[in-house]
Design a protein around this ligand. Sequence first.
Ligand SMILES: NC(=O)c1ccc[n+]([C@@H]2O[C@H](COP(=O)([O-])OP(=O)(O)OC[C@H]3O[C@@H](n4cnc5c(N)ncnc54)[C@H](O)[C@@H]3O)[C@@H](O)[C@H]2O)c1
Length: 401
Amino acid sequence: MKVAIIGQGYVGLTISAFASEFFDVTGFDSNQKIVDQLNSGVSHIEGVESSTIKKLLKKGSYRATSKGSEIRECEIVVIAVPTPLTSVRKPDLSYIESACKTIGKNISNPALVINESTSFPGTLRNFIKPTIEKYSSESIAHLYAISPERVDPGRSDFNQKNTPRLYAGLTPEASEETRNFYSKFCDELVEVSSPEVAEAAKLFENTFRQVNIALVNEFAQIAHSLGIGVYETLDAANTKPYGFMKFTPSAGVGGHCIPVDPTYLAAVAEEHGAPATFIRRANEVNLEMSKYIVRRVAEDNGGNLQGKSVLVVGVAYKPNVADVRETAAELVIKHLRDEGAVVSWHDDVVGSWKGESSAPLQGADITVVVTKHDSVDEKKILASAPHVFDTTGKVEGAKGL
Ligand SMILES: NC(=O)c1ccc[n+]([C@@H]2O[C@H](COP(=O)([O-])OP(=O)(O)OC[C@H]3O[C@@H](n4cnc5c(N)ncnc54)[C@H](O)[C@@H]3O)[C@@H](O)[C@H]2O)c1
């Protein structure tokens, strides 16, 4: 069976690697550089090894392309393109729209179209299907389904095989074909009664994380004001064997999912006249955390950061990945600079970012740890400055939340 996967990023390439073991996969991406890199056997995504891509290319079950004509005869098409926010923090479906255009204009036979991109309930039924139909020849009736992606890049215990996968088709036939497709490389498939339930479940999963992260970030501030250790208190609460789930404080939330997906839920809620105040406030608390951290660092250093050299350790949004999308480090650096600090950053996993390069882990007045990759030595962090402030709870001996 011929499968096209639209978007060869974190989600699309990961799924391509699994699906290529069973199907003839064409990875379509609008970025020619990524396509060339993949066709030369180089992966740009953590968790998908270059050796895997090389093996699949050699076997002939995978190739990348930026030409719509090369997905013409595909029988299954998976959409895995970005769903960010616009500049006014509204859902931006422009990438999905462009993927639909590619599908509509090129797929010449009835296919099963599955959306894996995260979006609000109703996206498959009211946006993807009509948009593809707008660009397709009238005689083609595709099947449509949703299966929201749950991959967590950099994680080794859960992957495409052992993470249960939600799915729902717009018709029973679409549901059945979707099940047949994923059951080749996924152990547990969970069918829900409508695409809207699957779409909402994905948004709620990430909203659950967002509000709990905000809650623990607020609690970290309360604990500090009371002179209580936040980590000890969280560990104490975590001894309760039921009804509690431990989240840890941080400089904020980063990545393409947790800071973004809840806003998709809030936007659709507000459109329907339902309140989303809790989601909005959680977002604010998480964004304000960077300011709180800079205030704490300033307080610990005589109340003034003017002219101090500050080294931010870790600018990726989470440990052991090079992804800097929506990283909390960006706001921490901005607020430090607003206070007059001379800021550089150290992150050899990211390497270069915003026209700057990773600085050596040494010689600062103050070090602020935002993300701690496993490869970064704790002793070196402690030796990098006379004052080290750790927002991760991983650097023993440093000051912190
Ligand atoms: N990364 C994750 O951990 C994760 C987890 C679950 C869900 N998701 C969701 O999956 C979707 C994809 O996320 P991602 O992290 O893989 O994004 P990504 O930015 O890593 O990759 C997207 C790829 O799509 C390509 N692209 C953009 N527009 C295109 C188009 N019109 N046609 C073809 N290619 C196009 C880009 O060049 C890029 O390579 C988003 O909706 C995201 O919220 C991501």
